[in-house]
Design a protein around this ligand. Structure first.
Ligand SMILES: Cc1ncc(C[n+]2csc(CCOP(=O)(O)OP(=O)(O)O)c2C)c(N)n1
Ligand SMILES: [Mg+2]
Length: 281
């Protein structure tokens, strides 16, 4: 049983989760104002990862990490996460992170490089960033942009983990850590059991990642804020202190389909959709 976080922290995170949900609902309902509306509903447990990391822990995000970004920007203060994301959903030229290219998650002030939905493309970049932290420390670069005890966060979905680009990144991280090179990275796998319309086989992610060389494996439940906080804090503390890679396997659900244009009923039985809704975080 997970320890209970401070009430004010839980209320703050719940507030973020609700903000994320309303943003998704707004994006789906404002026909003609927003475009490609891939949502973050069901993945709101990622708010816990924002609480467990610092704004200087560079974050390469999965496209369902709206709640993470809202929470990180809230913590930084003086930023306008909902307004900025609304600009992005509407492909506005005023969107501060992409200038209206696409629905992009990112924030220059809090070290979130702009990320679109090209799955797995960010994993090698994240591993490179984690490697650079070790190099900066070794070269004693006093003017390094990121503090020497930073970690890198890299999140992605269960299906994305199978992509050859992801597999290359995991292998590079393990290869480095196996020979004791610093590799302070948390791989956050948001496992909702599906990739568009294709089910991930039950137990596949744990079977694939629980026993990789030099990769610490931790599991947590994204529908339970206390357990999500426990898992995120454990993963971040390990990567920060040991300078070694961690695979954090977070259970999530995908709500409201893959994206705005997706009709889930065309490939999923109603019982499966209802079962996901019953696990709404
Ligand atoms: C390089 C690339 N190949 C294929 C796609 C099409 N695509 C978009 S999402 C997706 C599946 C992702 O599933 P998962 O990683 O489980 O994330 P989820 O949507 O379930 O959160 C695919 C194949 C893409 N966006 N980018
Ligand atoms: Mg998935």
């Amino acid at each position: 049983m997970a320890e209970t976080a401070a009430p004010h922290m839980l209320v703050d995170l719940f507030d973020t989760q609700i903000m994320n949900r309303h943003l998704d609902l707004w994006a789906r309902r404002s026909k003609g104002k927003t475009f490609y509306s891939i949502g973050s509903s069901g993945h709101e447990g990622t708010a816990a990862m924002a609480a467990a990391t610092r704004a200087t822990d560079m974050a390469f995000l999965h496209y369902r990490d709206g709640a993470f970004l809202i929470q990180r920007k809230k913590q930084a203060g003086g930023l306008t996460p909902l307004y900025d994301m609304a600009l992005s959903f509407a492909a506005s030229a005023d969107d501060p992170i992409s200038g209206g290219r696409h629905k992009v998650l990112g924030c220059a002030h809090t070290f979130v490089p702009p990320q679109t939905s090209t799955i797995a493309s960010h994993l090698p970049k994240a591993v490179g960033a984690a490697h650079s932290l070790g190099l900066a420390r070794r070269l004693q670069l006093d003017d390094a942009v990121l503090p020497h005890d930073s970690i890198i966060l890299c999140s992605f979905g269960d299906a994305s983990a199978n992509h050859s680009t992801s597999q290359g990144a995991f292998n590079a991280a393990c290869w480095a850590a196996y020979q004791h090179l610093p590799m302070p990275i948390v791989f956050l796998c948001e496992d909702n059991g599906i990739g568009i319309s294709v089910r991930t086989p039950g137990g596949w992610i744990a079977a694939n990642f629980a026993h990789r060389p030099a990769l610490k494996y931790i599991a947590c439940d994204g529908a339970d804020l206390n357990d999500a906080l426990r898992g995120c804090h454990e993963a971040v503390a390990y990567a920060r202190a040991r300078r070694r890679p961690v695979f954090l396997h977070m259970q999530t659900v995908r709500l409201m389909g893959h994206a705005g244009a997706d009709v889930e009923l065309s490939y999923a039985p109603i019982a499966q959709i209802e079962a996901a809704e019953a696990q709404d975080p």
